[in-house]
Design a protein around this ligand. Structure first.
Ligand code: BG6
Length: 481
């Protein structure tokens, strides 16, 4: 048996989901459409992947799902609130049935002593706000986000202590055209992304301030997609490109949340590129005040990145995920004069072109702790794969167990080196829709029986990883075999 030292006594073991990827009931009990209902319908029409109308039907299975989490021994569960379920028009009149759904879900979690960790926004703006003013494209979103945040904080303040404002802001900036469902042509201008990013920082800061004002003992964070960027070679140009990528993709977001500041080298680059954004008087004070209410950083870690010096004259290009589940089908990012993504030949990739690199998780945890000294919570980490439901109802997923085991070991090493990691909430508690590959790519400990074409009854089955994780939690991370 492989022995590792125990994790901290109060370490939160659990898992993660997001509302639109699992709830379904897209137009039920008063909920109105959000961006993802629309976007995923388009993905369905284009690629045949499942949409959000049923997803994995958590809305109707939540009691069973929570009971299965309890059976695994979960101490925490990270989920998100579906904004258009509680406020169908984004602001104004609440939807009593939608509001009640989350009260019921939290009650169910507390019944088993599972701590809810709640994300306010996981890619799903109410369509009402997108139709009205293009969502993150307008400064109006800052006030509306604060309205929504204050509404849910007042409603659930006695049920939820851990709050995350925004999921993966850097990814939203990257995919703003898809994830924001923007409608105006001029928003395809790359400059727009950085303006929208500024609005997200303001919205986040106002929500963080509200958490401290409203929730007794409330703690606030935000979850960032985090990958360390390695240089392709040890040439000075590649090493500089890696430095740039880490600043541009990671520190730029962390500095705003944790220090209430914008990273100087990134601001200088954006200005050089004509991508600088408008900061109104008083904005930086809001970011500063928000940073004083920032208690922990949520980390979504799947992979590391590799970059080289940008090819002279290469045009700006954002990363595109592998949509078909066959190696190689990936488009790497280019930021002119800054860096260019490339394959790391030293690492193996998943079928969906994600490099597998547990050491990268240790790197980011230690780097964040050395730089900011702030507690971290793993909010996502996981292995997306094609799982097979056998005739006898078993699912053998040794690849997932191996992936998670190696990442847990990496967390342990980071803790030994001083990182203050408070929770491990891998992706995902149970199967749900992938952002880019429907239900074909699965991450859960619990299998949900549906295909992209046939929703069936969404029956739940325990995977091998379910039993493995149960034992990990039982031994507080001591027994990883
Ligand atoms: C994270 C998101 O980026 O990665 C999740 O927060 C997402 O919503 C997860 O599902 C895995 O990515 P994908 O594309 O495989 O679903």
């Amino acid at each position: 048996m492989q022995e590792v030292k125990e994790f901290p006594k109060d370490f939160l073991w659990g898992a993660s989901t997001s509302a639109y990827q699992c709830e379904g009931a897209a137009l039920e009990d008063g909920k109105k459409e959000n961006q993802q209902d629309v976007i995923n319908r388009e993905i369905h029409d284009q690629y045949g992947y499942a949409d959000c109308s049923v997803a994995t039907d958590h809305y109707h299975h939540y009691k069973e799902d929570v009971a299965l989490m309890a059976e695994m021994g979960f101490k925490s569960y990270r989920l998100s609130i579906n904004w258009s379920r509680v406020l169908p028009d984004g602001t104004g009149e609440p939807n009593p049935k939608g509001v009640q759904f989350y009260h019921d879900l939290f009650a169910e979690l507390h019944k088993y002593n599972i701590e809810p960790v709640v994300t306010m926004w996981h890619y799903d703006l109410p369509m009402a706000l997108v139709d009205k003013y293009d969502g993150w494209g307008s400064r109006q979103i800052v006030d509306d986000f604060e309205y929504y945040a204050r509404f849910i904080l007042n409603e659930y303040k006695d049920e939820v202590k851990y709050w995350l404002t925004i999921n993966e802001q850097s990814i939203v900036v990257n995919y703003i055209d898809r994830k924001n469902k923007i409608t105006r042509e001029d928003m395809f201008n790359p400059r727009f992304r950085w303006q929208a990013n500024h609005y997200m920082n303001l919205a986040h800061a106002k929500a963080a301030i509200a958490v401290h004002e409203i929730v007794p003992g409330g703690l606030c964070g935000a979850a960032l997609d985090m990958a360390p960027y390695y240089p392709h070679t040890c040439s000075r140009a590649d090493v500089m490109a890696a430095k740039n990528a880490n600043a541009f993709k990671n520190y730029f977001y962390m500095d705003a949340y944790i220090k209430g500041e914008y990273t100087p080298s990134v601001m200088a680059y954006l200005k050089r590129q004509g991508l600088d954004f408008v900061i109104e008087p008083g904005d930086m004070e809001i970011l500063k005040k928000g940073s004083e209410c920032f208690d922990f950083l949520g980390i979504n870690y799947y992979q590391s990145g590799c970059v080289k010096a940008a090819t002279p004259g290469a045009a700006r290009r954002f990363k595109q995920n592998n949509k078909i589940g066959k190696g190689g089908h990936i488009t790497y990012e280019v930021q002119p004069d800054l860096f260019e993504g490339c394959k790391n030949e030293l690492l193996d990739d998943t079928d969906f072109s994600m490099p597998i690199d547990p050491d990268g998780l240790q790197y980011v945890l230690e780097d964040i702790n050395d730089r900011y000294g702030i507690p971290t919570m793993i909010c996502e980490n996981g292995f997306g794969a094609y799982d097979v439901l056998e005739k006898d109802g078993t699912i053998h997923d040794p690849y997932r167990i191996e992936y998670l085991r190696n990442h847990i070991k990496a967390i342990r090493r980071a803790i030994e080196n001083g990182a203050k990691v408070i929770a491990y909430n891998p992706w995902s508690a149970f199967d749900l829709l992938s952002t880019s590959n429907g239900i074909a790519k699965r991450y859960g400990f619990i299998y949900v029986d549906r295909t992209d074409d046939d929703v069936k009854e969404c029956k739940r089955y325990r995977k091998d990883s379910f039993y493995w994780y149960k034992n990990v939690i039982k031994t507080n991370g001591k027994n990883l075999e």
